[in-house]
Design a protein around this ligand. Structure first.
Ligand code: NDP
Ligand code: 7N6
Length: 308
């Protein structure tokens, strides 16, 4: 593979300023240009993008600025011979810190007090509502970059940590790793269940009514993965029927979350607009990944984070 241009597609603006990313990439040994829809691509191009476009299949290599690449048709990439890389590896602080924020808000009732602040309301939660994270169990589903970042922080907070993933190698800080087939058992005693898996054929609908039923009534679901990992109706029923205590959701079945969606209405649900990974240095983190891969290509080495 020979790369003679890096094309930064306008869609990267969903994650970071296009010009900042182009600027950070300018340290590469090849010219950098920004591109818009309707432009064409050639065999010497590396396209850096947020979203897929059909035209990218004419390039040599496409880099997605997200960890999730579920919107990309990997079979089409294999068929066209275009390499596809993702941005797994750069979210080990951002998303886990956001998750700590959700857990802390629920335990310390911060979301409720923030709501009351709007009405200048000085009112305490019931005596038995606040609790401490220390000693509570969190079940982290998916133990990759994000999952491990959550594990490290939960462990440091004195939480009891269990995890779920397909491979059963031990993970530091995780008391027990369950297989996906044992998800019901894994969530049964968890005060928090945090989803940090990719959306795949195996994980679509992973959290259905059966799993939500298995969670304790004082348990919270946190989804920083993808909306479709959770069965929407099942979650709404669990919240309506109060079979779980609440949820924090960053990824949805449709984005933006429609203004009339019931999820907006629950006091015990924290809705964040798919921003768990946002940070003012996102462009630098993505650029570092791409720059490293441009150097690998020049040396004739394999691309890092290649997913197709
Ligand atoms: P990684 O690839 O580093 O980790 C994914 C983990 O999921 C691995 O531990 C993998 O382990 C596990 N996994 C895969 N399939 C299954 C399965 N069927 N059941 C249980 N575990 C499984 O990815 P990241 O941690 O970087 O990101 C994870 C996902 O989070 C992304 O794919 C993306 O969808 C989402 N994301 C969301 C963000 C946001 O802004 N909200 C930001 C970044 C990512 P194993 O292979 O052993 O099963
Ligand atoms: C945008 C990150 C991912 O998969 O869902 C996230 O990486 C989006 C900053």
């Amino acid at each position: 593979m020979d790369i003679d241009r890096i094309a930064v597609h306008e869609s990267v603006a969903e994650a970071c300023p296009t010009d900042s990313l182009a600027q950070s990439l300018s340290a590469c040994s090849v010219p950098v240009e920004t591109t818009t829809d309707g432009e064409s691509y050639a065999d010497g191009d590396c396209v850096v993008t947020f979203s897929p476009r059909e035209a990218f299949l004419d390039a040599a290599w496409v880099h997605g600025v997200r960890a999730g690449y579920d919107e990309f048709d990997t079979a089409a990439y294999e068929a066209s011979g275009t390499a596809l890389t993702n941005s797994t590896g750069i979210h080990g602080d951002t998303v886990p810190e956001t998750v700590v924020g959700y857990l802390t808000a629920f335990a310390r009732r911060l979301h409720v007090y923030r709501d009351r602040q709007r009405d200048r309301e000085w009112d305490h939660e019931p005596y038995d509502a606040p609790f401490t994270l220390s000693g509570e169990r969190v079940c982290v589903v998916g133990l990759g970059t994000i999952g491990r970042g959550i594990v490290d922080r939960a462990d440091a907070l004195g939480m009891d940590v269990v995890g779920v993933r397909r491979s059963d190698d031990p993970v530091p800080g995780v008391e027990r790793v369950y297989e996906p087939a044992d998800l019901r058992t894994a969530v049964a005693d968890a005060r928090f269940v945090v989803l940090a898996v990719p959306l795949t054929g195996e994980t679509e609908g992973l959290v259905d009514a059966r799993i939500l039923d298995a969670m304790p009534a004082n348990g919270y679901l946190v989804n920083v993965a993808r909306g479709d990992v959770v069965v929407e109706d099942a979650l709404l029923s669990a919240l309506d029927e109060e079979t779980i205590a609440g949820a924090a959701i960053d990824a949805y079945w449709e984005e933006p979350l429609p203004a009339d969606h019931p999820l907006w209405e629950f006091e015990n649900v924290i809705v964040t607009p798919h921003c768990a990974a946002f940070t003012n240095r996102y462009h630098e983190d993505v650029a570092a990944l791409v720059r490293g891969n441009v150097e690998r290509v020049a040396r004739g080495d394999e691309l890092r984070n290649r997913v197709a």
